[in-house]
Write a protein that binds this ligand. Structure first.
Ligand SMILES: Nc1ncnc2c1ncn2[C@@H]1O[C@H](COP(=O)(O)OP(=O)(O)OP(=O)(O)O)[C@@H](O)[C@H]1O
Ligand SMILES: [Mg+2]
Length: 292
């Protein structure tokens, strides 16, 4: 089943590009739809099962990582939602989470050179102000993963900031956030590499629970919050194509779409290939088939 949009009437809703988030008081319901974005636009055509793959991947990592996190359940039957709620479209794509006070910084970890990091490296030899050795090629592995926080912009693009700026704003918990982010990234990247996926970089969010405890929130280590590369393409001097969105981006680049007006609908075969890629990411990571 494909889901483009929800309107559950469950209280205040925040719609991101991909997820619909319902504020339930001390909890939140995060529903991953099948919307897909590219070049900062939500495309008019959904990718069937994408939201289920993203939810299943986050859920997999939350339990694999063994760190304190916000996920209560992905089982819609046990969420105690109002009786009138139609659970069917939500099944497999919803997370009931503990609402937290979200730290207003994105905890980005980069292990490979790409994106805004590559751009800055070419101009200044640094990534987010961190000096790197000369001679790295696009898409190369960094000598060691680096922590490069960004502000959570309420509108427009997130802005990279130095660790010092983050420390100034949040105080000593910055140390904890950096250490936790690097530790989680390193463990997950090692695991993914054994399964044919390079986690080039990723973004974590943390929040403070009611009891003051720092917990991992949002989605975690999904292709939407990270760069997933096929292992076989990494380290050859070029930035690999994204594991999941490659077909969509390539196809859009081949049309006459100007990227500043609403994007065109995707053809059926691009949708099908992209869907297969998401399912393959899940299969490679977990060794299991997502039931569809
Ligand atoms: N446990 C939690 N408690 C409170 N807020 C949370 C929790 N987990 C995630 N969030 C917040 O929920 C929001 C999810 O929004 P989402 O990422 O879907 O859209 P967005 O960030 O506004 O836009 P985009 O789609 O471009 O990322 C984020 O602001 C995130 O910080
Ligand atoms: Mg977001």
């Amino acid at each position: 089943m494909t889901l483009l949009h929800t309107d559950l009437g469950l209280g205040p809703v925040h719609r991101g590009k991909v997820r619909d988030c319902y504020d339930l008081g001390d909890r939140m319901l995060i529903v991953s739809t099948d919307r897909i974005s590219a070049f900062d636009w939500i495309l008019p055509t959904p990718i069937p099962d994408k939201g289920r793959v993203l939810t299943a991947i986050s859920s997999f990592w939350f339990s694999w990582l063994g760190v304190e996190h916000h996920l209560i359940t992905t089982d819609v039957e046990s969420m105690d939602l109002p009786a009138a709620t139609n659970l069917e479209p939500l099944a497999g794509r919803s997370m009931l989470v503990r609402k937290a006070r979200v730290v207003p910084f994105e905890c980005v970890v980069r292990g490979w050179l790409a994106g805004s990091g590559l751009k800055e490296y070419r101009e200044a030899g640094t990534v987010c102000g961190i000096q790197l050795p000369a001679g790295l090629r696009p898409g190369d592995r960094l000598p060691e993963p680096i922590f490069t926080p960004a502000t959570k912009a309420t509108s427009g693009h997130d802005e990279n900031v130095s660790y010092e700026v983050m420390h100034e704003a949040v105080g000593p918990i910055a140390d904890t956030l950096r250490a936790q982010s690097l530790d989680i990234y390193c463990r997950a990247a090692e695991y993914a590499a054994e399964r044919g996926i390079v986690l080039a970089d990723t973004k974590f969010e943390f929040g403070q629970a009611d009891n003051g405890q720092l917990i991992l929130v949002d989605e975690v280590l999904t292709p939407d919050s990270s760069r997933f590369w096929p292992q076989e393409e990494a380290g050859h001097g070029q930035v690999p194509s994204s594991f999941d969105k490659q077909f969509v981006r390539d196809w859009l680049e081949g049309t006459d779409w100007d990227k500043s007006s609403p994007p065109p609908p995707l053809p059926e075969e691009i949708v099908a290939e992209t869907r297969r890629k998401y399912l393959e990411a899940y299969r490679r990571l977990t060794g299991q088939e997502l039931p569809v």
